[in-house]
Design a protein around this ligand. Structure first.
Ligand code: FA5
Length: 345
């Protein structure tokens, strides 16, 4: 009896010591199994109680319950301490520093040619023009004939054409066919600008691309003259390139305008002094223009005795090269991110 009592006391002490010493919740679970599990000394005592007298059973039972109570509360106390410590460690490990600078994500941005085309279109919208668009795959009639360029006319060779194989269709060589489409779609007066891609069998070199962008302009009203064209384009150039910018008109030839001109702006690089960027001339050509030819008005049924106007077609890449100081048109199309990111607005 006293032997059993001291065994219980000894097992209790061991369990309490071990509970206090447990370093982790996992250690503590092992302590519980050793102290109270099926193979624990106290469980063996309980298993043998059947051979004891009534009084002894009562006394040993009381001791066992007392011991179990003490061990349970020691385990619970230690479990509380360890759980709190483990939670603190987890919080310290996973701490979020809300004041840390965020990780920068790369976001896309519009292509420099898109930004340039938008800027050009915005300037003309500011002058009262609206935007029109047309298809890139065109008929011969819209691209040439309605613009006063009959089949087999030598003027066609000015724009070497890509044809769509097996059809009568072609890739438009300029945005001018949309002049015709826009006039068919409404009555005069008309003030439109037409941004879009055009296609030519041109070499891919520093100033030419076989696919490039134009912005067409068309104004038809009563009493519009070449002077209105000059005033409009000079205002555009000042807005685009700065208040000191000058424009030069050189006589030229387009089948669909009469008179026709090629329009130059002062070279951004040398401001007219002459440098390698402008071929020493001091000027850079950016567009073709002229007064709308009476035959073009007649092609859409507008009376050239009543209505008159002007048109222009501007190369977006050429303007962008001037405005951004880009020496080679191919850089716009090579998709080198280091180049493109330089023009992030
Ligand atoms: C035309 O395309 C006429 N449709 C412009 C026009 C419209 C004249 C309305 C009169 C009235 P041109 O072929 O010159 O004209 O081209 C116009 C502009 O496009 C040129 O001034 C130049 O800036 C640009 N350009 C021409 N070819 C290329 C090319 N291969 N790559 C890049 N830009 C080009």
């Amino acid at each position: 009896m006293t032997e059993t009592a001291s065994l219980i006391a000894e097992a209790t002490r061991t369990a309490l010591d071990e509970a206090r010493a447990a370093a982790t919740l996992a250690d503590l679970r092992e302590v519980r199994v050793r102290a109270l599990g099926r193979k624990a000394p106290m469980s063996r005592v309980r298993a043998q109680m059947g051979s004891l007298s009534e009084d002894e059973r009562r006394e040993i039972g009381r001791l066992l319950n007392e011991a179990r109570g003490m061990i349970e509360s020691a385990l619970a106390a230690r479990e509380g301490e360890l759980a709190a410590r483990e939670q603190e460690e987890t919080l310290a490990r996973d701490r979020i520093d809300v004041s840390a600078p965020g990780r920068r994500r790369d976001v896309g941005h519009p292509h420099p040619l898109t930004l340039m085309a938008d800027r050009i279109v915005d300037i003309f919208i500011g002058m009262g023009f609206r935007v029109a668009e047309g298809p890139e795959v065109e008929t011969d009639w819209y691209n040439f004939q309605a613009l006063n360029i009959p089949p087999d006319h030598p003027a066609r060779s000015m724009q070497d054409t890509m044809h769509v194989e097996g059809t009568d269709l072609l890739m438009r060589t300029h945005t001018s066919p949309v002049q015709v489409r826009a006039m068919q779609a409404q009555d005069p007066p008309i003030y439109v600008v037409v941004p879009g891609r055009v296609y030519r069998r041109d070499p891919f070199d520093a100033t030419h691309s076989p696919v490039f962008q134009q912005i067409e302009g068309l104004a038809v009203d009563k009493g519009l003259s070449f002077a209105d064209l000059k005033g409009t384009l000079a205002a555009f150039a000042r807005e685009m390139f700065g208040p000191r910018q000058r424009v030069r008109f050189r006589p030229s030839y387009f089948q669909f305008t009469e008179p026709s001109a090629e329009v130059d702006v002062l070279c951004m690089n040398c401001e007219g002094a002459g440098c390698s960027a402008c071929g020493r001339s001091g000027w850079i050509e950016i567009m073709g223009a002229g007064s709308v030819h009476p035959n073009v008005l007649k092609a859409v049924g507008w009376d050239p005795e009543v209505w008159s106007g002007f048109a222009f077609g501007l190369g977006v890449e050429r303007v962008a090269m001037r405005a951004l100081g880009v020496r080679d048109i191919r850089w716009f199309y090579e998709n080198d991110q280091r180049f493109l990111a330089g023009f992030h607005a």
